[in-house]
Ligand binder design. Sequence first.
Ligand code: GLA
Length: 390
Amino acid sequence: MNQTERQQYLTTEFFKRFGQLPTLFSRAPGRVDLMGSHTDYNHGYVMTMAIDRDAWIAARPRTDRQISIASLNMDGSSTFLLDDITHDNAVPWTNYVRGVADVLQIAGHNLSGFDGLIHSTIPFGSGLSSSAALEVATATLFKLFNNLGIDSVGLALLCQRAENQFVGVNCGILDQYSSALGQTGRALLLDCRNLTTETVALPKNFQVVICDTRAKRALVRSEYGKRRAQCEEGVRRLAKFYPGVTALRDVSPAQFDEHEADLPETVAKRCRFIIQENQRVLDLANALSNNDLSALKSLTADSYLGARDLYQIGCPEMEAMMKAMNSAPSTIGARQAGAGFGGSMVSLIDTYSLKPFTRHVQKEYTAATGIEPKVYPVNSVAGAGPVVPV
Ligand code: GLA
């Protein structure tokens, strides 16, 4: 479906549900991280990009304070009043919309209601930030309908707050930031402490390819919280030796080596991974700008090994996918993506080898696991905004 067809499809479906035509379409993309797993909540660095898979909301403002939201991809729909925002346990995806409305109002913004219909091309639960995209598309809609004076960083922070405080997932800033501030044709070197970015051009002959393991991600929610707590414990202990350390970002590799033995074993492993992974993000930025392919290969390989052995966010399907990706002749680099525990992984390949790469990964991965993976190219796109008619 091209943009015009998608707009037409949403318009027709919107009319069927609401009996009127939408007046505005907002869009917000998913993201993939090229380096920097779990570094965001440690105030570190991530190499990320917004991808050409996105959530759209077709909407029409209402004169009252009611929000009616439905989706073409997810079951159920929901209606609520801006004066009484509660959780909807029957249709849980609507909590992303409710949460954004709630935090915007708590932050003092005046909102009015709308009827909205969502259409997303980001596979759900595959680690590409489908929920952050829904939050950011919702916030963008509120911003446009109510002329809110919020910049893109502010919007990302509010959406993260909605996820932390309303939905109850203690995520970092990576997903919402990437969705709100992505740039066409560039990756972002994101500094999660200062919330600033440098943009990095991907070499022309590079193609980023998502390799979705389609493994069940049952562990992700509980284990994510445990990893955060272990990093925080590391910070508390290391701060005794290095006053001024408030996040793992502040600890240099040499400082860590000095006091690794003072940490409980598991905490030490988690901290080692984060400290090394942070450095790898900076090294990847250099490797990309120097077109240093061998550095790229070893950095991505080391990132995966650290994620598997130190941070322990791997699973057998990720191991099988890593083997499948790395045994393709055109692979320049391959690693995990998102929070881990299954979901999508990411490869950098030579653009001209997309077809043989895809065939190879599908064949090898299915032979090893019995699961048919999803393998598809993605390109970097601009962050959230109104859908501009073509
Ligand atoms: C999830 C979280 C992000 C980030 C990644 C891991 O996507 O939502 O904040 O922590 O995992 O890098």
